[in-house]
Design a protein around this ligand. Structure first.
Ligand code: ADP
Ligand code: MG
Length: 322
């Protein structure tokens, strides 16, 4: 097992919401509420959970696009929360992001060539000629063509635009890519093409991925390990194989039971969760999942479960496994 390349410790993002006449803080949204994990070099860590559970906020905090309220982000043995602006700019080159909606994240007035070249200009890489050659190389790397550099984003399909987003992320030769629902907006057939591309690129460049999705089936084949989030917290994290074949947390079980099975002969016991995801401004006491949990016990509404490691190496926070 290689050492952690990136480590997140007790990461939190609280948003104070002001209300009332005097602009006092009336409530606090706990978007991310104490998340810890590590990612090894060359691996893919999947992060899944329903919409609103804090996945994007977590990803953006690692990029420091959002300033954490609390916590440590250790990249290559340095806490990047303590880096100066100058050093942070350099660290940003090593950690790049791919977004769900490539159309919103690509400037419609710029050519694709310019879009891909821009991060290289920001990080002062090469001269103009070298950068242009690199843009052509990148376009071909992601399955597009050199002549596409002269076109504009609207001239491409959704899948192609995501390839452009990937080329732009790769332009500065990052070590880590945080992919925030990169295929959620694409047709299923296109999804697997983009996933395969990401896998190939990972092998070629020894990339480390944090792959965010709201659907467990999407991350299954790309992730070495998967973390499941609920209401700003990780509830279970383990090797993918273990998580998919033997989920332990009642929330993971429920999410997994909702994944469609291609073979109609396989019986699935679909677990229907009652109620909606509670607001992160008013998380339930104790285990935040207790009011929707089909197997909740007395203790679950009273005490917050700790994160513990089971014999198979998985981490879980659930009183069933105390
Ligand atoms: P996900 O990516 O898992 O769907 P997000 O990280 O986008 O979730 O959001 C987590 C929670 O934080 C949501 O309840 C969202 O409404 C809330 N949130 C996100 N950004 C802000 C903000 N700027 N102010 C207040 N609440 C926010
Ligand atoms: Mg999101």
């Amino acid at each position: 097992m290689s050492e952690a390349l990136l480590q997140v410790e007790n990461l939190k993002k609280y948003y104070p919401i002001k209300g009332g006449k005097f602009g006092k803080v009336s409530e606090i949204v706990r978007a991310v509420d104490g998340v810890s994990f590590s990612v090894r070099e060359g691996e893919t860590l999947g992060i899944v959970g329903e919409s609103g559970c804090g996945k994007s906020t977590t990803g953006r905090m690692i990029m420091r696009l959002i300033e954490p309220t609390e916590g440590k982000i250790i990249f290559q043995n340095r806490n990047i929360m303590e880096l100066s602006k100058h050093d942070m700019r350099k660290a940003r080159k090593d950690i790049q992001m791919i977004f769900q909606d490539p159309f919103a994240s690509l400037n419609p007035r710029h050519t694709v060539g310019h879009i891909i070249e821009e991060p290289m200009i920001v990080h002062k890489m090469g001269n103009r000629k070298q950068r242009e050659a690199r843009v052509e190389e990148l376009l071909e790397l992601v399955g597009l063509s050199a002549y596409h550099a002269k076109r504009y984003p609207h001239q491409f399909s959704g899948g192609q635009r995501q390839r452009i987003g990937i080329a732009r992320a790769l332009a500065v030769q990052p070590k880590v890519i945080i992919a925030d629902e990169p295929v959620s907006a694409l047709d299923v057939s296109v999804q697997s093409q983009v996933l395969n591309l990401l896998k190939d690129l990972q092998k070629k460049f020894n990339l480390t991925y944090i792959f965010i999705a709201h659907d467990l089936s999407v991350v299954r084949h790309i992730s070495d390990r998967v973390g499941v989030m609920y209401l700003g917290k990780l509830v279970e994290l383990s090797e993918s194989e273990i998580l998919y074949t033997d989920p332990k947390h009642p929330y993971t079980k429920a999410l997994l039971s909702a994944v469609p099975v291609p073979d109609p002969d396989i019986k699935t016991n679909r677990i229907i969760l009652e109620g909606d995801v509670p607001s992160p401004a008013h998380p339930p006491a104790g285990c935040t999942f207790h009011d929707r949990c089909p197997v909740a016990m007395d203790i679950c509404s009273k005490e917050r479960p700790n994160f513990k490691v089971l014999d198979d190496g998985r981490m879980i926070s659930c009183h069933l496994y105390d």
